[in-house]
Write a protein that binds this ligand. Structure first.
Ligand SMILES: [Zn+2]
Length: 346
């Protein structure tokens, strides 16, 4: 069986679109999924740009949030069956952690992780799939693969945000917007969103930010000092820029928590005055909000059914698979206010 796929052949190069060959049979715990929607997030840009250094897996497939339909299951798979609508996610959920699939592109081997979504048909590990809860359309369910679950996880698991606490978010893209929305639902106040891009700020306001500011505005420090005289209880850093990480830490209240979401390029180091860490300030990194998809997705789906969690405004840009490099360029430029989706409707 063949599938169309966008392949990362070399770092800092456009993805190559090609027909690749799927393995002839599914191994234990593997599931064949027809991908219908795939998100595109900062992690893929990081992989393409090589922010973590040289990539030993090239050439390989990409993408870690999607939705689609199960077309076949390998031995041992219990949590999904043929015909099920599923969310594809990168944090492990229920079921078997399967071996990674090996695709072929002519004579070349193509590597892939336990989930990839920039390919129309994909072999996914059972534990990277969760059935789409009732009442959530496939065209929005992919947001539970990373953006929404990560945002909620940051607020609940990393920030441990309490009702009435104040929140400052640096970077209100896909994850930052989900942080804003999750924090608003958790009763944070005030919520301040910062970004360089106006459409993102407007969206952040719509989804629950009390204030939004252009991060370049001249009197930003004064404005933030007025809103947070002792610093913010929680500061979430989504940009991965070293200077912003330093600023985020400094703007955190003495007993507050700084949560790092963005990752700077390998070799870049932040400089921090560490004394406050001995007196109650907490600095922590988030790994996908430590989300637990099997429990989190049904819970957040219920919030979306009741209208409290809004998914539709997060999807602001639509592309086809053969436009993937344009989609990547759009996300990189900051033009994409929320999340870009790759639609693969057959
Ligand atoms: Zn992601």
């Amino acid at each position: 069986m063949k599938t169309r796929a966008a392949i990362l052949v070399a770092q800092r190069r456009p993805l190559e679109l090609a027909e690749i060959e799927l393995p002839s049979k599914l191994e234990r715990g593997q599931v064949l999924v027809r991908v219908l929607y795939s998100g595109l997030c900062g992690s893929q840009l990081g992989e393409i740009d090589g922010v973590k250094g040289p990539d030993p897996y090239l050439p390989h497939l990409l993408g870690h949030e999607g939705s689609g339909v199960v077309e076949g299951i390998g031995p041992g798979v219990r949590h999904v069956k043929k015909g099920d609508e599923v969310v594809l996610h990168w944090r492990p959920g229920a079921g078997i952690e399967a071996a990674t699939p090996r695709y072929r592109w002519g004579a070349r081997r193509i590597n892939a992780g336990r989930v990839t979504t920039f390919n129309e048909r994909t072999i996914v590990s059972e534990n990277r799939l969760t059935k789409v809860p009732k009442g959530v359309p496939l065209e929005l369910a992919w947001l539970f693969g990373c953006a929404v679950t990560t945002g909620f996880g940051i607020v609940e698991n990393n920030a441990k945000l309490q009702r009435g606490q104040s929140l400052l978010v640096f970077g209100v893209g896909g994850v930052g917007l989900s942080v804003v929305q999750a924090a608003a639902l958790a009763g944070a106040k005030p919520i301040v969103g910062l970004d360089l891009h106006k459409p993102k700020l407007e969206l952040a306001r719509k989804l629950g930010s009390t204030y939004v500011f252009d991060a370049r505005s001249a009197d930003l420090r004064r404005k933030l000092a007025r809103i947070f005289p002792r610093g913010a209880d929680v500061v979430v850093e989504c940009t991965g820029r070293v200077q912003v990480i330093e600023q985020a830490y400094e703007l955190t209240a003495p007993q507050g928590r700084t949560v790092l979401v963005g990752v700077p390029p390998v070799g870049q180091k932040a400089s921090l005055y560490t004394l406050p860490l001995h007196f109650g300030k907490v600095l922590t990194g988030s790994h996908g909000g430590e989300a637990r998809p099997a429990e989190d997705i049904p819970r957040q789906a219920a919030l979306s059914r009741s209208g409290r969690l809004k998914l539709e405004p997060l999807v602001t840009d639509r592309f086809q698979l053969d436009q993937i490099n344009e989609a990547i360029a759009a996300v990189r430029s900051g033009r994409v206010a929320g999340r870009a989706v790759i639609e693969m409707i057959p």
